[in-house]
Design a protein around this ligand. Structure first.
Ligand code: H79
Length: 598
């Protein structure tokens, strides 16, 4: 726990080595934490099929709305007590203003169903320590300490299940800034005198037992930020709690590698497919808890593409909404989620019940699949109306647009399939269905990347790079505000000419292409010479500086145009990058982008 804090706070950039050698198809298996261990719970199927969950952060921080003593805070609003170092007694008084008279459980539940969510997880207690439910364990709860005086979780759990969704609770099991023995509050309480076992036995576990006893069958118990327990102690806690509801799924943030399914980091989708049950969690704007001055909401198009992108890797998306202190959902959350729900009404077959796509991400979009069906999620319509599926060798019986059932003309082009497409019904994401017989080749990292003049940009993403020498792939974690984590998969470690990276591309149209390198490069690494090798010609460039990673600044990924290259004829091409001389790391390369010159 302590280490986790230090790692995150001090360097503020956490790097995790993902793949160290040339990526092979088998590498995908390495991403899988569950299937290989073979203990996926029997009741997991509903979760794997659900694909879209609604996360709700609601507590006293929602009432503060990101402002304390006339100062506005940005980023994770539910951390305001910690950030403003608010004394526990002073913070507890906020409960006296918490009166969510606008809360309507039926309205939330109906909204969730209409938005296409298949489950809901709501904060029963976040790090602030306030129970949003009726608790006999601690009086610091919504019924006893607020003028509202009712249990909103009772009404919500019933309403959500009535709408046919699974219902679950988030419970922060270790951090509790209200309690002398809870984790995290070092501004009121002496860390060295804390007795975490007392906290677990006296509040955390008894309150979770209340949640598992009084709110009907829970689909999920969502733990967060583990600490203070060994693996054996964590397992013992799980056993005690599971005994009350064996079918409830426990999230992996129960800690110590345990739990029934896997959650990635906040706002993180793995760059490649992952087998087994997992969930990516994002929030609708830049904060989990309501902040009145945070208006950076994702549009329905962004949500739909995030959802399809997550499903294309085989996981669920649980998207958070932060209701305000009166119990109302932000207007833009209502608007954009209902729009997402209506898209799911037309295209939901390509999301619910699917598994990861058989074809890697393409310049036109991503794929999901079901037995005998490959779904093409078209984010970018090729301007020439020709859409290519590379390396698809099953016997195709028909290709049609999912919402209209309009059949499309297609032909085989070697190992690829080329579809002729006219106008598409939804420019955010129109889904095409490829119906086939036989067993197509599985997702394969060796498939050449498609580059076509039909797209404004053709990204060659780091995760598909072939690595040479000391070049490696890392996931860089950074944030803009406070706790609004972002993740980028990059090639790093290129400090000598022999540490190179190459991409194999199938370029379908001859002509000129502009090459842009998208990278982060802190000042000490800038002004180094690099070499781009394409079709037997060498091009030189010098790296430009971006922000300093150590300061926790945003990593400014710049798009640096370095050359124009000419493609004489359609075919396979290799693009290679390396440092021209030995030096410090050239940059953290996110992608190489090929833009057809118009
Ligand atoms: O509930 C949301 C977050 O409040 C919670 N998880 C999501 C779902 C969460 N709690 N802690 N963390 C996420 C990670 C904490 C990272 C920390 Fe920091 C690094 C804590 C202190 C340093 C981030 C950066 C928070 C404060 C600064």
């Amino acid at each position: 726990m302590k280490n986790y804090f230090k790692r995150r706070l001090l360097p503020c950039v956490l790097t995790v080595v993902l793949l160290t050698n040339e990526a092979k198809p088998q590498e995908i298996e390495r991403w899988d934490n569950r299937v290989s261990s073979g203990h996926e719970p029997a009741g997991i199927q509903w979760f794997k099929d659900a694909k879209f969950g609604m996360f709700v952060h609601w507590g006293l921080y929602s009432q503060l709305a990101g402002t304390w003593k006339n100062k506005n805070y940005y980023g994770s609003g539910e951390w305001i007590m910690n950030r403003a170092r608010i004394p526990a007694a002073e913070y507890a008084a906020v409960a006296q203003q918490f009166n969510p008279v606008g809360f309507d459980a039926e309205e939330w539940a109906k909204f969730a169903r209409q938005s296409g969510f298949r489950y809901m997880v709501v904060t029963a207690k976040h790090h602030e320590g306030f129970a949003m439910f009726d608790s006999k364990v601690s009086d610091f709860n919504v019924v006893k300490a607020s003028p509202y005086g009712k249990d909103p979780m009772k009404a919500l759990s019933e309403a959500v299940r009535k709408e046919g969704l699974h219902f679950g609770f988030y419970y922060s099991q270790y951090l509790d800034w209200h309690e002398a023995n809870g984790g995290g509050n070092d501004w009121d309480f002496d860390e060295s005198r804390k007795d975490y076992q007392r906290y677990y036995q006296g509040k955390s576990v008894p309150q979770i037992k209340e949640l598992l006893t009084h709110y009907g069958p829970l689909g999920i118990l969502w733990f967060d930020m583990p600490g203070g327990l060994s693996k054996e102690q964590t397992q013992a806690m799980i056993d005690t709690l599971h005994a009350l509801q064996p079918d409830a799924l426990f999230s992996s943030r129960v800690g110590q590698g345990l739990g029934d399914y896997r959650d990635f980091g906040d706002s993180e989708v793995p760059p490649l497919p992952v087998a087994g049950a997992w969930e990516a969690i994002y929030t609708h704007n830049d904060s989990w808890g309501y902040i009145s001055h945070d208006m950076n909401f994702k549009s329905s198009g962004e949500i739909i593409r995030l959802l399809a992108g997550t499903a294309s890797k085989g996981g669920n998306l649980m998207l958070n909404i932060g209701p305000d202190g009166t119990g109302r959902l932000p207007a833009y959350s209502q608007k954009y989620l209902l729009e997402t729900g209506s898209w799911l009404g037309r295209f939901g077959e390509s999301i619910y019940g699917t598994t990861y796509g058989l074809v890697p991400a393409q310049p036109w979009g991503v794929t999901t699949s079901k037995p005998g069906k490959l779904y093409l999620h078209i984010f970018e319509r090729p301007s020439n109306g020709r859409l290519l599926i590379p390396d698809f060798d099953a016997a195709v019986s028909a290709i049609y647009q999912l919402d209209t059932h309009q059949p499309l003309r297609w032909k085989k082009r070697g190992s690829a399939i080329e579809i002729s497409i006219g106008t598409l019904s939804d420019k955010r994401n129109t889904v095409l269905v490829v119906a086939y017989k036989g067993t197509p080749r599985k997702f394969d990292l060796t498939t050449p990347l498609t580059v076509s003049a039909g797209y404004k940009e053709n990204p060659l993403d780091a995760v598909f790079a072939r690595l040479h020498g000391s070049a490696k792939i890392e996931s860089l974690t950074f944030s803009h505000y406070f706790g609004d984590w972002k993740h980028a998969t990059c090639v790093t470690g290129m400090s000598r000419p022999e540490d190179s990276v190459s991409f194999l591309a199938r370029i379908t149209d001859p002509g000129d292409y502009k090459v842009l390198l998208e990278y982060a490069c802190p000042p000490e690494n800038s002004r180094q010479e690099g070499t781009l090798l394409f079709d037997g010609k060498e091009y030189k460039f010098e790296t430009l500086r971006t922000s300093k990673l150590e300061e926790g600044n945003p990593i400014l990924f710049i798009r640096h145009p370095v050359a124009i290259v000419t493609v004489p004829k359609a075919g396979l091409y290799t693009l290679r990058l390396s440092a021209a001389q030995q030096g410090s790391a050239l940059f953290s390369l996110k992608s190489v982008i090929l833009e057809p010159v118009d």
